[in-house]
Design a protein around this ligand. Sequence first.
Ligand SMILES: [Zn+2]
Length: 219
Amino acid sequence: MTDERSYDDFSLDELLQLNKRTISPEDMKKYQGYMAEIFTAFGMDLDTPSTVDTPRRFIEALYESTNGYDGDPKLIKAFPKECRGEPDCRLSQVIEGPIHFHSLCEHHVFPFYGEAYVGYVANEKILGISKLTRLVRLYTKRFAVQERIGYQIADTLEALMAPHGVAVLLRAKHMCVEMRGVREISPATRTTVFRGVYADDPALRAEFLDVCGLNKQIL
Ligand SMILES: [Zn+2]
C-alpha cells in the first residue's frame, strides 16, 4: 500500500484482510518435516528430548505470530457521534501508547519489536481505546515492513472513523540487523505517518511527538 492511494480506494475488508487462514493438519505436518530437514542440515541434533519437538513448536509459533492475517472482527463496532462542529473539536486529540508490538520482517523473517503510538483527532466517530491496540496487533502480527504497518494503521483508522487527522509513530529494534550482517547493536528505527490536520498543523505534530517522548529519547 502506498500513500498515493487514499483510503477511499480500499474497502474495509481489503484493509483488514478478514480471511481466516485454513491450513490442514496434513500440511502442518509437512511443514514441520521441512523444518526438521533444515534444522538438521544447519547443525541441530533433533534426536534429544529437548529438540525432538522443535520443528512442530517452531511452525506453531510462526503460525501464531502471524495471526494478524486472520483479521479481527472485534475491530468493527458501532461508534457514537462525537464532533458536533464545535470550534475546538479539531484541537482535541486522542493518543494511545506505548502499544508494545512484535512483528516479523518480511525480508528475513526475523523479529522486530518495539512500541507504537497512535493518535487521532475525531470527527463524527470515536473508537474504543482498546481498538487501537487491536489495530496495531492486526498489522504487526504478520510478515511485515515497519513503514507499511504505519500506513496500514492510518489507512484503516481513516476508513473506520473518517477522523480529522491520524498520526502513527513506530519505534522498533530489528533483529535482522542485530543478529546478522554487520552485527551491530542498532539504534531504534522510527517511522511516522501524518494525515489530515496532523499533516497541516506543525503544532499538533509537535504535541503528538512530545507525548510519544520522541524528544526525550526514551527508547
Ligand atoms: Zn529484515
